[in-house]
Ligand binder design. Structure first.
Ligand code: GLY
Ligand code: MN
Length: 462
């Protein structure tokens, strides 16, 4: 947890930006796996963490903008919980830690909200993403569950996004501590990426390192020799020479800030010619993107610039043809790079995605494209100092997409289908770092993690 002044200042700014009414925050509850008392790892709601810092179930809060008053709702635990789960400080003490003077029993949250509704005051709420909180809100506000998202307060979302998208120094330090854990995770994983091992041995070792630092993973890890499947979460394959191992994992710091790093390594520790060729193109794309990051530039333009660099590399390799600029404008590169360059990173790995991707990454000035590939770009808007972005280009050979496009003769002025066909057993390669936009340019966060061909091979064979 940060010092109380951090939370006090955040709530103060939110009151100013929202202007009037009552703002609701529901903390997350425990989430059962197979019976109520057997729960998944507990994760507090990120909005709740951002404004109220307390990391446990059973809490809700309101910010009464008109009265200038913040209230935390929660109950002091009784003897039974103390016996089974251990003690917790009293609500008053916990609230004091985050600069909140008013506390009330959890059950009185509903009455507070109903009073405001009855008085015709604006009640602002965020779109719920968990079923239990959606039911609570629906019951409280009299809005059908299906309509909760579309009726959530746009003004509140805008105000929170504006605040959370710019990371303070203490937030950046947290992200860097998560990247430091990632460094240890990747150095261990690279050594383990040998033929004969199973993917789960590596994903397990990586998760173990996060846990051994008192952290958790920030999202389900991708550790796969089938990197052509972008979010492959199965870890059951045996590593074989000739495949690339794509590892996309992140840790979550003590205060729940995420890292999100991807490295791609050759099983056995030596890139073959073809792997090296493709990997170097991805690396050139990633380095171009990092160098291009600076305030005032649209992230979408950096995405397109990266796509052009990679398309030029694919042309040199004989897989694409024609004008690189035209190919990217037409979307032909998306056969190989069908996703976005990156996303905001913070308390969530896809930061604030629960508010709606367009509310975070787009705005009045930049609209989401409907073109295949570009449509998946989560962040397009202008960069400002304090943005933390992932930079994660990749190249993939996806047999099903190839077959479909070839059948449709799609972009045949730009794609050399006969040459690409020889790469269909390749898999994929992605490289990802977490980068802070600074006043002058950018800073790659955390300690370095091997990335060049030479450094990756060295780390694999050390
Ligand atoms: N780390 C997975 C993703 O960014 O989607
Ligand atoms: Mn990512």
């Amino acid at each position: 947890m940060f010092k109380s002044v951090t939370y006090i200042e955040r709530r103060k700014l939110l009151k100013k930006d929202v202007g009037s009414g009552l703002i609701l925050f529901l903390g997350n509850e425990e989430s059962p796996m197979n019976y109520p008392a057997n729960t998944y790892h507990y994760r507090q709601d990120s909005s709740f963490l951002y404004f109220f810092g307390l990391d446990s179930p059973g809490l809700a809060a309101v910010i009464d903008v008109d009265a200038g008053k913040d209230v935390l709702f929660g109950d002091d635990i009784g003897i039974e919980d103390i016996i089974w789960m251990g003690n917790l400080p009293k609500m008053k003490e916990r609230a004091f830690e985050v600069g909140v003077r008013h506390t009330a029993p959890r059950a009185s949250f509903a009455a507070t909200v109903r009073q405001a509704l009855a008085a015709g005051r604006p009640v602002h709420y965020l779109p719920p993403y968990r079923a239990d909180n959606a039911l609570v809100l629906s019951d409280l506000l009299g809005i059908p569950v299906k309509e909760l998202k579309s009726k959530a307060s746009q003004g509140l979302i805008r105000a929170i996004v504006a605040q959370r998208i710019i990371k303070s120094k203490e937030e950046v330090r947290e992200i860097e501590s998560a990247v430091a854990a990632s460094q240890a995770m990747y150095l261990a994983a690279m050594k383990l990426a040998k033929p004969g091992r199973y993917e789960y041995e590596i994903s397990g070792a990586m998760e173990g390192i996060a846990l051994s630092r008192g952290m958790h993973l920030a999202f389900p890890p991708i550790v796969t020799i089938n990197g052509q499947t972008l979010h492959m979460h199965d870890h059951g394959n045996i590593l074989v020479k000739g495949r690339l191992l794509v590892m996309d994992c992140g840790a979550e710091s003590a205060t729940s800030y995420a890292s999100d790093i991807t490295r791609t390594v050759p099983v056995g520790g030596r890139f073959n010619r073809r792997q090296k060729d493709v990997y170097e193109i991805v690396l050139a794309g990633q380095e171009t993107a990092i160098k291009a990051l600076k305030p005032g530039i649209n992230f979408k333009d950096i995405h397109l610039q990266t796509a052009r660099v990679m398309a030029a590399g694919l042309k040199d390799l004989g897989l694409m043809k024609g004008g690189t600029g035209e190919a990217v404008a037409a979307g032909a590169h998306a056969l190989f790079f069908p996703h976005g360059l990156g996303h905001n990173l913070g308390l969530d790995v896809h930061d604030m995605e629960d508010y709606g991707e367009n509310n975070v990454g787009y705005g009045e000035k930049v609209e989401r494209s409907s073109q295949f590939g570009l449509a998946y770009l989560r962040m397009a808007r202008e960069l400002r100092p304090g943005h933390v972005m992932t930079i994660e280009p990749g190249l993939y050979f996806i047999p099903a997409l190839f077959a479909l496009w070839r059948k449709e003769k799609k972009h045949r002025d730009f794609i050399v289908y006969d040459a690409v066909e020889k790469f269909l057993d390749f898999g994929g390669a992605r490289i990802e770092d977490d980068v802070l936009v600074t006043e002058k340019g950018r800073k790659v966060l955390g300690p370095p993690i091997p990335k060049t061909v030479v450094d990756v091979e060295k780390a694999c064979r050390s």
